[in-house]
Write a protein that binds this ligand. Structure first.
Ligand SMILES: C=C(OP(=O)(O)O)C(=O)O
Ligand SMILES: [Mg+2]
Length: 447
């Protein structure tokens, strides 16, 4: 048993230059395992609580020295001597120690840093690559069984994920140049992860040239590295991405499909969805569903995230009735990787897919629980980064180990994203090209 000997946290910085927490855990006779916590900008209201210092004399109140102190004192005292490989007990101890529903006392950032670093430390101590340690944990966690369609192929043996990659950024990630947050591509026709990534890189560069040729900003990028042009409408972004796919000799829909992260909670005023790009157009849920249905019919869109707001359960039910067999409908702000919110979604038949962000819930084990619940109920999971990221590649290993099937990390032109894409290239050498479902995971969708 790799016994925890030392836990140490420090304040470091993320890709937006915002403070975040790094945790190192050392077990006897081994190198320390280290993890850095990501941070969102378009956060859901029901996410676990990130503890920030609030002292406006330091980084506008965004410092994380209190969270650091919680790790170095209270958490270190409680966890020293525990088995780093017993993730379930570590995560339970962290939750019990915090004692709140949303991890607001010690901070979800403090808790997640320790939870992730424990996994790294356990892998180090057992001389295992992280993905293999995660795979052991995932497999050991209660009977995986056989999952129902469309997720039957997922969750079993380690699998290379289909990358869903941001080409054009909008919303809170790009100064609200556009209303919708992400215009993504899914290389559904690629036969390996490497091929998928090569297509993505080619299309990304072609899109940049195309934007510049048309007089738009083809070099400025948003928080996740997607281009951030000021276009005349939201739908124009879809059309430009399709044009770039075609310009690369690839077939939209067959080779490369389109995804959206509407991130609609962030332009919902409680009554209306307000689209600034089309002159403060005010839509209700039904209007947004009509719009999305029109787009799904007109364009090869196979995935829509947060098409409606985080509280609009009735709207989500209608969206799912209308589009659930034609597109993956991902709940991000809606489910916030929280088992209880996902249970509600399953009960109400709201959505058919869940975004998995480790810092929305705050521990590895709870992330596994939400993932398993999704797979058991035929929901597609998509492991996701945050808009504030670092050199930490943990989620790439986690996506492969749990065979989640899809990953969303942002674009390829920023190092905090590329570190995960490059890690996946390394992992593909270990798990093999065959361990790639690619677009086959969408075979249940009607065209
Ligand atoms: C990654 C996302 O953004 P953020 O991290 O800002 O919530 C998202 O909305 O899916
Ligand atoms: Mg989102």
């Amino acid at each position: 048993m790799p016994k925890i000997e030392q836990i140490h946290a420090r304040e470091v910085f993320d890709s937006r230059g915002k403070p975040t927490i790094e945790v190192e855990i050392r077990c006897a006779d081994s190198r320390a395992g280290r993890a850095i916590v990501p941070s969102g900008a378009s956060t859901g209201r029901f996410e676990a609580c990130e503890l920030r210092d609030g002292d406006t004399n330091r980084f506008g109140g965004n410092g994380v020295l209190q969270a650091v102190s919680h790790v170095n004192h209270e958490i270190a005292a409680a966890l020293t001597g525990m088995d780093a490989a017993d993730q379930q007990s570590i995560d339970r101890a962290l939750c019990d120690l915090d004692g709140t529903e949303n991890k607001s006392r010690l901070g979800a950032n403090a808790i997640l840093g320790v939870s992730l670093a424990a996994a790294h430390a356990a892998a180090e101590a057992q001389q295992l690559p992280l993905w293999k340690h995660f795979a052991q944990l995932w497999q050991s966690a209660a009977d995986l069984g056989q999952f129902p369609p469309p997720t039957a192929a997922l969750g079993q043996q380690p699998l290379m994920p289909l990358p869903m990659v941001n080409m054009i950024s909008g919303g809170l990630h790009a100064g609200r140049n556009l209303d919708f947050q992400d215009y993504l591509i899914l290389p559904v026709g690629a036969t390996s992860y490497r091929e998928a990534l090569e297509w993505i890189i080619t299309i990304y560069h072609r899109l940049g040239r195309l934007l510049t040729e048309k007089g738009y900003e083809g070099v400025l990028v948003g928080d996740e590295g997607g281009y951030g042009p000021k276009l005349t409408s939201n739908v124009q972004a879809v059309e430009l991405v399709i044009e770039a796919i075609e310009a690369c000799g690839l077939k939209p829909g067959t080779d490369v499909a389109i995804g959206l992260d509407v991130a609609s909670s962030h332009f919902y005023d409680g009554t209306h969805y307000r689209l600034a790009a089309t002159g403060d157009e005010r839509l209700n849920s039904g209007d947004v569903i009509d719009l999305l249905e029109k787009w799904v019919s007109a364009y090869p869109i196979v995935s829509i995230e947060d098409g409606l707001a985080e509280d609009d359960w009735e709207g989500w039910q209608e969206l799912t009735r209308r589009l659930g067999d034609r597109a993956q409908l991902i709940g991000d702000d809606l489910f916030v990787t929280n088992r209880r919110r996902l249970e509600k979604g399953l009960e109400l038949a709201a959505g058919n897919s869940v975004l998995i962000k480790v810092n929305q819930i705050g521990t590895v084990w709870e992330t596994f629980e939400t993932l398993r619940l999704a797979l058991q109920n035929g929901f597609w999971p998509v492991v996701s980064a945050r808009s504030g990221e670092t050199e930490d590649h943990t989620i790439a290993d986690l996506a492969v180990a749990t065979a989640a099937g899809q990953i969303k990390i942002g674009s390829i032109a920023r190092s905090e994203r590329l570190v995960k894409y490059n890690q996946l290239l390394r992992l593909e050498e270990q798990v093999g090209h065959d361990a790639y479902q690619g677009g086959r995971i969408f075979s249940a969708l009607k065209s």
